[in-house]
Design a protein around this ligand. Structure first.
Ligand code: MCN
Ligand code: SMO
Length: 773
């Protein structure tokens, strides 16, 4: 029986549940000192000097450094570098200017955390306030000051996609829907904050870095670049990672500073982010505004689409630079047949914490705009929202369907999945909205198409990712017959290690207990140029793992023939061994083959002793997952509070390796999206952050998550050897639009909801517009 498709229990679950996780914060090394960072208290200022004298004099303080001490460093690298993109040139510690509240400008090393934090409080920056660029409008104003003196404006880059005759598409339209759709800034809030431990190696030249990250190889390259230390002298290890959600994808200044300091001080060092620090020190997500105009025929067919996307990148375009906005532009046409477009994406710098990757990565933002626009159009054209979508969804017969932005909709049954989801939901009976004087209910839907299996090297090159998009897997059968699989992916809660065990077990016909995964170490696991992220673990690392396991199987087969003294053509691989075709008594088991391969008094023609192999997999294209979300909400007319009563989530991630994990991924992503739809928001007052604790920043509780029913389709993608598409981000994409459409359905003719989150205030404001109308 195939192991793929089985809900194999995740190996790490019991360990985590029993409190036996081993995170960066659990690492304790002899002589280890603690680092704390002094961070900017202001949004924008000229930094005139930093008085560190009092801090240095404190007992227990081992060192204090400022930006001047790292002046020789190379700037913090960014993961995406679009052609023509502007760079900040900023280093790990600020020197002449402070550009956001939370920007580090000095670091203290002390014997313990309390001393380090007290010393940080004793560091006094002298500064002169500068005019603040509080938001994207301020950044784009003609007379706006430039955040960087070497830029001519505040724009990081502005890629554009154009296809077809856009003027004609709009001129001949029966209806044009046009509005401004805003997705707010959110805080990714992983359970485990960021953390770094560094130690000098015994050779006195190399260092080991333990880091809560999804990108061990990029971080190694980044530290190497910043410090000018060769990569082979830096070992990066990701121990257990307690959630990362994209936020731990980039190279932060903290790891660079600690790598430098451990060298200088010759002691192991630790920095563990505090929860309060995380709100300003780790990258935020979203913060995009989408101006969208869609032109329709009278029957609801889409004629063309115009859009301008603006991403508030915060103070520094490092991290994933323009990536989020680029993806928003690239996926703006969704799962629909749209060939005429004019889309432009801008990222601008402001005086806020930098934004970076966050689960969904630009796609919820696009989906919210497009799916809201489709509902507004359906209402104006007198069509059912589902019918309007059916008329535009790309049909299986049209696939592979190249979208005008260069994405290929590879496979799937979009309309069938919409129908199946609506049937499970009872859509036809659920509409129209019910109302009473205090409470109204509504239903809403949203479809999505999602880029997954991030990779193809040509795409990486196009967008300026500095490596190809392949994964490498090495595989070794030990003399005991146990198989170790060395992968480049990093588990961060998504269960990739279990899925990859299943892939190897399946190819080798072995029980899952006979497989283990080695991950998260630049020395002992495999190299992956691009990290974990882009929902690529299952499809891309699953691909390289399947290919490597197939090569190992071929070796086992040849060893088997050798041991059986039979020609290769006459033997076959069977569960647990190799046998001569039609002569099952002439059989040798895996255990005997494994021992023979290592003892090897004689070796099969063309092979060497031992049983190991490797494979790289570079997908030919992104694999496009898709789905449909149907939501039922209740709106309290006194307070505007939205309660999500029920969600039916239909999705297709191709072949499911582990259905239980897939389900957990979808529901986890959905819960995150629910928070982002209803109440999560990083609030600022003139670039001063107001939400600095979990008291102010509302995360969804278990009781906020409604009953969720899933509908699964499994259309294998041709772009992965195992047919798997990604699912790790799927839950986040269609949920905001589906809920907003349901709330709008409840509110009826009130003014369109176009801004997230859907707070009570916003809902009441929309209602009062109805009263006036
Ligand atoms: N899977 C499967 N069959 C498929 C697809 C996926 O069984 N066809 C399972 C696999 O166990 C896989 C998991 O679902 O590991 C997610 O698959 P995939 O979409 O390939 O995503 P990755 O493994 O690359 O994980 C990264 C992805 C991203 S980009 C973010 S952001 C995210 C997410 O996963 N961050 C997470 N899910 C998260 N879940 C947790 N708990 N914590 C995070 O930080
Ligand atoms: S935001 Mo996920 O790491 O692609």
């Amino acid at each position: 029986m195939s192991v793929i498709g089985q809900s194999v229990r995740r190996a790490a679950l019991d360990r985590f549940a029993a409190g036996r996780g081993r995170y960066v914060g659990d690492i304790d090394l002899p002589g280890m000192a603690t680092v704390a960072f002094a961070r900017s208290p202001v949004a924008h200022a000229e930094l005139l000097g930093v008085d560190t004298e009092a801090a240095r004099a404190m007992p227990g303080v081992l060192a204090v450094i400022t930006g001047d001490d790292i002046a020789s460093f190379a700037p913090q690298p960014s993961l995406w570098n679009l052609p023509g993109q502007n760079h900040s040139g900023l280093k790990a510690l600020a020197t002449d200017r402070l550009r956001y509240v939370g920007q580090p400008f000095a670091a203290v090393v002390a014997v313990d955390r309390r001393t380090a934090e007290a010393a940080v409080r004793a560091i006094v920056p002298q500064y002169r306030a500068l005019p603040i660029i509080a938001d994207m409008d301020a950044a784009l104003r003609n007379d706006a000051p430039c955040l960087y003196d070497h830029w001519s404006d505040n724009i990081v880059a502005r890629p554009r996609w154009q296809a077809g005759d856009i003027a004609a598409a709009f001129d001949g339209a029966a209806l044009v829907v046009s509005d401004r759709f805003t997705t707010q800034r959110v805080h990714p809030c992983s359970l485990e904050p960021r953390g770094v431990v560094v130690a000098p190696d015994l050779d006195g030249e190399s260092i080991t870095v333990w880091l809560s990250t999804q990108s061990i190889h990029q971080v190694r390259a980044g530290i190497s670049e910043c410090l000018g230390l060769p990569e082979h002298r830096i070992r990066v290890i990701a121990p257990d990672v307690g959630g990362s959600f994209g936020m731990k994808a980039c190279i932060y200044g903290e790891e660079v500073v600690l790598a430098f300091l451990t060298h200088r001080i010759g002691r192991p060092l630790r920095w563990i982010e505090t929860r309060a620090e995380a709100f300003v020190a780790s990258t935020h997500g979203r913060d995009e505004r989408v101006d969208l105009a869609v032109a329709f025929d009278a029957d609801g067919r889409i004629r063309g689409l115009r859009s301008t996307i603006v991403l508030d990148k915060g103070a520094d375009p490092y991290a994933t630079s323009m990536g989020t906005a680029w993806i928003t532009g690239a996926v703006m046409t969704g799962p629909y047949r749209i060939d005429t477009i004019d889309i432009e994406a801008l990222a601008v710098v402001t005086n806020k914490t930098p934004t970076g990757a966050y689960r969904g990565f630009g796609q919820p933002e696009a989906n919210f705009a497009l799916e809201r626009a489709l509902d507004i159009a359906a209402q104006r054209l007198g069509l059912d929202p589902a019918d309007l979508r059916r008329r535009n969804l790309v049909a299986p017969s049209e696939m592979p369907y190249p979208t005008p932005t260069g994405i290929v909709l590879d496979s799937g049954r979009y309309a069938d999945l919409l129908d199946a989801t609506l049937e499970r939901f009872g859509y036809d009976d659920a509409r129209p909205a019910q109302s009473s004087s205090r409470r109204r209910t509504g239903v809403g839907i949203a479809c999505y198409a999602e880029t997954t299996n991030f990779g193809p090297s040509p795409l990486c090159k196009l967008i300026g990712v500095d490596s190809g998009g392949f994964d490498i897997t090495s595989i070794r059968m030990e003399p005991s017959g146990h198989v170790r699989v060395f992968v480049g992916q990093t588990p961060m809660g998504q269960g990739i290690e279990t899925a990859l065990m299943q892939v190897a077990a399946d190819e080798l016909g072995l029980p899952i207990e006979d497989i283990s995964i080695v991950h998260g170490d630049t020395v002992s696991s495999a190299y992956t140029a691009y990290a974990s992220g882009g929902s690529r673990g299952a499809g891309v690392a699953g691909g390289s793992t399947a290919l490597a396991a197939r090569r190992l199987r071929e070796r086992i087969l040849r060893w088997g023939a050798h041991l059986l003294d039979a020609p290769l053509e006459s033997v076959r691989f069977v569960q647990g061994g190799v046998e001569v075709v039609d002569m099952p008594t002439r059989r040798t088991g895996i255990a005997e083959i494994a021992v023979a391969a290592y003892k090897a008094f004689s070796t099969p023609e063309g092979l060497e002793p031992g049983l190991e192999d490797r494979a790289a997999y570079d997908p030919p294209a992104l694999a496009i997952a898709y789905g449909c979300v149907a939501a039922e909400v209740a709106v309290d007319l006194d307070t505007g509070k939205v309660t999500v009563e029920r969600i039916v989530f239909g999705h297709d991630c191709g072949v499911q390796i582990n259905p239980a994990i897939v389900e957990g991924q979808v529901i986890g992503g959905l819960a995150q999206a629910l928070g982002a739809t209803l109440f999560e928001e990083m609030r600022y007052d003139d670039a001063r952050p107001l939400t600095l604790s979990l008291q102010d920043y509302l995360l969804p509780l278990a009781s906020d998550v409604p009953h969720v029913e899933l509908v699964h389709f499994e259309t294998p993608t041709p772009f992965s050897p195992i047919g798997a598409k990604g699912v790790g981000e799927s839950g986040t994409i269609g949920v905001p639009a589906a809920i907003a459409n349901a709330v709008q359905n409840a509110l009826g003719t009130a003014s369109p909801l176009v801004t997230l989150p859907l707070t009570g205030e916003r809902v009441l404001a929309s209602l009062s517009s109805e009263a006036k109308a």
